[in-house]
Write a new protein. Structure first.
Length: 332
């Protein structure tokens, strides 16, 4: 596989969930999508994004269902376009988010989803009523990818995710942090995704003309664009990951490394939905969550590695991020 983007085969298998035990149809759909493999068991760990997108469209056409047969009612062909036509008329992303959930309710019967305001925070709360535990996990992540990807497109930028918790167990795709950010947990009592309230105030910038392009490339526009970090933000993220906090470069130094002038780099990051400070803050959170989950390092050691001069400052910041102390987070 030599193309730039790839998707965990977990999601390709999820698209084919309704064809379980139907090897002939599964093989035909994989062939239509350009896969060399003819069964889900033969799929490699990751698949090319273009093949994934083609499989998405093939399954939708086969089932006449834009939600891949994962809901007891489903979404007939044209439903998604109809929803999008309504959303481009809405002034802000927050209103589009609430309206999109109302629109999806017209089609999907096994999903209960709403936006809750908790002070300044905005949280998308979701339940899936399917009794099949594995199917429930697939439905929840697929629906959330659709919703968040749609909001990214409407805003014309990546939408930061502050916090995520899922009621299902850790899935096997391994992309949980790429998809959902640094603070994601599983086996929670309910599924919630907290979005940046400032970003929800952004205007909807799409129109009828851009909608046609979006719909022609729906799988890439929703799933792949939302998932993959591209451009300068990805390069900076990898650059910071490769060295300790004490050696993180300034934005001026990065501009020189990338052979681009400083103002152009700032504008490029803005188009991708970031500032340099946001990327650094995201990295610090990621370091903190990862070390608390997977190591026995002391809180003071983790605070230092995440760039805090004093453990007390780390405690205050962590409380702002999660609503709880590092110690409580680690024990839980």
């Amino acid at each position: 596989m030599n193309e730039k983007h790839s998707v965990s085969s977990y999601f390709a298998k999820a698209l084919l969930y309704q064809f379980s035990g139907r090897p002939v149809e599964t093989g035909r759909l994989l062939e239509q999508a350009g896969f060399a493999e003819r069964s889900v068991d033969e799929l490699p760990e990751r698949v090319a994004a273009t093949n994934f997108a083609a499989l998405w469209l093939a399954v939708v056409k086969e089932l006449d269902d834009e939600f891949f047969g994962l809901d007891s009612h489903g979404m007939p062909l044209g439903s998604f376009a109809l929803i999008c036509r309504g959303l481009i008329q809405v002034p802000t992303v927050e209103k589009a988010l609430k309206q999109s959930l109302d629109y999806f309710k017209l089609f999907l019967r096994d999903i209960e989803c709403e936006v809750q305001a908790r002070g300044k925070r905005r949280v998308v709360v979701m339940r899936c009523t399917s009794k099949d535990e594995h199917l429930r996990a697939i439905v929840i992540e697929t629906f959330m990818v659709l919703i968040i990807g749609l909001m990214c497109w409407l805003a014309g930028r990546r939408m930061p995710i502050s916090r995520v918790q899922f009621e299902h167990s850790l899935p096997g795709h391994g992309d949980e942090h790429l998809l959902w950010g640094a603070y994601v947990e599983f086996d929670a009592s309910i599924t919630e995704i907290e979005l940046d309230p400032e970003c929800l105030k952004l205007p909807v910038i799409q129109d009828r003309q851009s909608l046609y392009t979006f719909l022609r490339n729906a799988p890439q526009s929703v799933f792949i664009r939302f998932r993959n970090r591209e451009g300068y933000s990805a390069r900076i993220h990898q650059r910071l990951k490769s060295c300790g906090y004490d050696h993180w470069p300034t934005l001026e130094q990065l501009a020189a490394e990338f052979a681009i002038n400083l103002s152009s780099l700032r504008r490029a990051l803005e188009r991708e939905g970031f500032t340099y400070q946001q990327i650094k803050d995201e990295m610090r959170r990621s370091i903190a969550f990862e070390r608390l989950r997977t190591t026995s390092m002391s809180i003071a050691e983790i605070a230092h590695e995440a760039g805090f001069r004093e453990p007390s400052a780390f405690h205050r910041a962590f409380k702002q991020w999660t609503g709880e102390s590092p110690g409580v987070f680690r024990r839980r």
